[in-house]
Design a binder for this molecule. Structure first.
Ligand code: BT5
Length: 254
């Protein structure tokens, strides 16, 4: 059976200021059934956050802050990483369209050289062996030029020297996401893994893995079918890292 097409952002909920678009999406999902592909966006977030409640900074009206609600019932839970890949690839493709070359710092931070340009926060609700609903939070730096964050940051404006219309950026980005997502939904044979792998920040480079109080030099070799990071040590022994299992120290990072 062919799944129905999901338009992204056709149902658009916009705020001037809100706590967090992700928190709003969570609340909305808990008490209603928002349309598949609903996008919640805000000009400003008072409590915008990343993982582990880390702060997401964004000056009023300067950047893209959005949360997207999906019902990816077609996706088995062991393929959850597909959603990360769809999101990462749509951001990277969108940036490429603006002549910005970006990479993905595994699993889902978007970097231009050594500077973070976008962050992704995905929350899935699992029922049985299927993903019942998903909230995909995206913060993409567009016009902001100065950042307080301890992480080296950049924006589309810093990369290109131009200013962008944030509303247009939102509608354009939604189209990129819509295409890749629906392609997967309709059972595309497009190999997301093969597209994703060459875009990994630090691919084929030496890194130090900090895990269980020890440090090991490894080389990043790609990802496996579950989205785990494939690493090899100096004996060419492969191991697979699940997100949150260890810390990677990149040699190239500033
Ligand atoms: C992320 O978390 O990178 C995911 C961020 C998701 C933000 C979106 S905005 C819309 C939606 N609503 C929300 O409340 N959240 C989502 P994480 O990997 O934990 O990275 C957070 C870290 O990135 C912070 O601790 C800072 O070091 C750094 N950071 C904060 N703001 C940044 C920015 N604008 N640009 C680059 N890095 C930033």
């Amino acid at each position: 059976m062919l799944s129905s097409y999901t338009p992204i952002g056709k149902n658009l909920i916009q705020f001037e200021s809100i706590g967090s678009t992700n928190d709003y999406a969570t609340e909305l999902l808990s008490k209603s059934n928002p349309t598949d592909g609903t996008v919640i966006t805000a000009s400003f977030q008072t409590t915008g956050h990343g993982q582990f409640d880390r702060k997401w900074e964004s000056k009023q009206g300067e950047n893209l802050l959005l949360s997207l609600i999906l019902y990816p019932h077609f996706m088995p839970t062991d393929q959850q990483f597909t959603l990360s890949m769809v999101t990462v690839l749509s951001i990277i493709d969108y940036l490429k369209d603006k002549n910005i070359t970006a990479k993905v710092k595994w699993p889902n931070d978007i970097y231009v050289e050594n500077n973070k340009i976008a962050g992704i926060l995905i929350k899935n609700s699992i029922v049985g062996s299927k993903i019942n609903s998903s909230i995909i939070g995206i913060g993409l730096n567009i016009n902001q030029k100065k950042f307080e964050s301890n992480v080296h940051s950049t924006s589309m404006s810093l990369e290109t020297g131009s200013n962008f219309d944030v509303t247009k950026c939102l509608s354009d980005f939604c189209l990129f996401f819509e295409q890749i997502y629906n392609d997967q939904k309709s059972g595309s044979k497009m190999d997301l893994y093969a597209t994703f792998e060459p875009l990994i920040y630090g691919l084929n480079e030496k890194i130090t893995l900090q895990k269980n109080q020890s440090e090991t030099d490894m080389i990043i070799k790609g990802i496996d079918g579950y989205g785990r990071l494939k690493l090899v040590d100096n004996q060419n022994q492969a191991s697979y890292l699940t997100h949150g299992e260890g810390t990677i120290i990149y040699k190239t990072a500033k």
